[in-house]
Design a protein around this ligand. Structure first.
Ligand SMILES: NC(=O)N[C@@H](CC(=O)O)C(=O)O
Ligand SMILES: [Zn+2]
Ligand SMILES: [Zn+2]
Length: 436
């Protein structure tokens, strides 16, 4: 296995130092790294920020079932290029990831592709139908060792089913990740309900449809003493509820997506379906509230909600288009633009919200660890001074539905290491055959 000497890298944005990666771990730092790294492959890292490998709790890889939109192979290539060393693959596949057999299949596909760790999310209910609990314990005990359960794409709407799921996952330290959307309040909804939806004549999706479920679920989590994770939180009211719940000692964590940190419902004005997403893009006040919530720790993680869609599902009129946008290859840049370059967060904070916190919530060992001797070498090296224009056709994801197409974003991933092996070097994928 190649050893790597990263020279002049800034761990978590701190002072420059040399970092030696050998035998899958961070072998040494500083002068010791330079001494021991005589025959190592040198990666010039002057001015580059070294982060723990990013961990996504919310990726749609679409395999099995929609390999025309993404496969485990194409999606994990995108992940590696985005700086990720682990992703959680959402359960809304066809067939649904609701049995030990299907989650093991996805887990194996991820392992064989080798671009990053793939942790399948288990469905909460059979077929995401919201009625009967899926075989949660069999998925937890399978080779995939599932700890995160979600019907994402759909809300676990029945409070009795949600309560049972929260109770059940306690047996194996699992977490229920809720897609908070009151279905009756969002029937036929096309975008955020507000001034813009009224002007465009599109059916609105009120903030309360999210907030009502977030409020109910934090109370349920408190009642049964279980862990709850709120996916893609998007409204100022949701931030307030989670803040209240945490102050009360409820074991809740929350996620925001890069697109909800940057974009508003004004984008719907062009009726461009790339901006159609669930939950919908909200108002500037909501965007400010989720930024503040992320900076003050109310929101624990940034999850990409990478949701690739085939061209025919997006190249159509707004009302007919699918909900969702890609995000793995732009997530870190968006967080840099919105949170770091504005002085609202440091790289230490970025490492928390994009690596250590999601790893902890997913109960991953070996990911999101400090950059210290003996720790697994899951790392990403970022050039914060770089700028690039997003060209979806040039990305590794098999789909082109990026809301940032044509936009210039700061920062680029120069290298990604998975247990000491480079998956990305010089900003390009290191193909299997070239890996040593
Ligand atoms: N976010 C989306 O708009 N779409 C997701 C489902 C989801 O995350 O709810 C998808 O699977 O396409
Ligand atoms: Zn969702
Ligand atoms: Zn999703």
């Amino acid at each position: 296995m190649t050893t790597y000497l990263l020279t002049g890298a800034r761990p978590l944005g701190g002072d420059p130092t040399d970092v030696l990666l050998a035998d899958g771990v961070v072998a040494a730092l500083g002068a010791q790294a330079r001494r021991a790294g005589g025959d190592a492959h040198v990666v010039e890292a002057d001015g580059l920020v070294l982060l723990p490998g990013l961990v996504d709790l919310h990726t749609h890889l679409r395999e099995p079932g929609r390999e025309d939109a993404e496969t485990v192979e194409s999606g994990t290539r995108a992940a590696a290029l985005g700086g990720f060393t682990a992703v959680h693959a959402m359960a809304n596949t066809t067939p649904t990831q609701d049995t030990a057999g299907v989650v093991e299949q996805v887990w194996r596909l991820g392992r064989d592709a080798g671009w990053c760790d793939v942790h399948p999310v288990g469905a909460v209910t059979v077929g995401l139908a919201g009625e009967r609990l899926a075989e949660l314990s069999a998925m937890a005990r399978s080779a995939a060792a599932v700890r995160v359960f979600s019907d994402d794409g759909r809300c676990v709407h029945d409070p009795v089913v949600m309560r049972r799921a929260l109770e059940y996952v306690k047996a194996f330290d699992g977490v229920v990740a809720q897609h908070a959307q009151e279905p009756r309040l969002t029937e036929g909804a096309q975008m955020h309900e507000g001034v813009v939806s009224a002007e465009l004549g599109l059916t609105g999706w009120p903030s309360v449809a999210e907030e009502a479920i977030v409020a109910r679920d934090v109370l349920l989590a408190e009642h049964v003493g279980s862990r709850l994770h709120v996916l893609h939180l998007s409204t100022a009211g949701s931030v307030e509820i989670v803040r209240w719940a945490k102050a009360r000692g409820i074991d809740v964590t929350a996620e925001v997506t890069p697109h909800h940190l940057m974009l508003t419902d004004e984008r719907a004005r062009g009726y461009d379906p790339r901006f159609k997403v669930n939950p919908p893009l909200r108002t500037a006040e909501d965007v400010e509230a989720v930024r503040e919530g992320l900076a003050d720790g109310t929101i624990d993680t940034v999850g990409t909600d990478h949701a690739p869609h085939a061209r025919e599902d997006k190249d159509c009129e707004w009302a007919a288009a699918a909900f969702g946008m890609t995000g793995l290859e732009t997530a870190l840049s968006v967080v840099q633009a919105v949170m770091v370059d504005t002085g609202r967060m440091t790289w230490v904070d970025v490492a928390r919200v994009m690596s250590s916190a999601p790893a902890r919530i997913g109960r991953l060992t070996g990911q999101g660890r400090p950059i210290a001797p003996g720790e697994p070498a899951n790392l990403t090296l970022v050039d914060p001074a770089a700028r690039r224009v997003v060209v979806p056709e040039q990305q590794a994801t098999a789909s082109v539905n990026s809301p940032f197409a044509g936009q210039e974003l700061p920062g680029s991933v120069v290298a990604t290491f998975l247990r000491g092996r480079a998956t990305v070097l010089d900003g390009a994928l290191v193909e299997q055959g070239a890996r040593v």
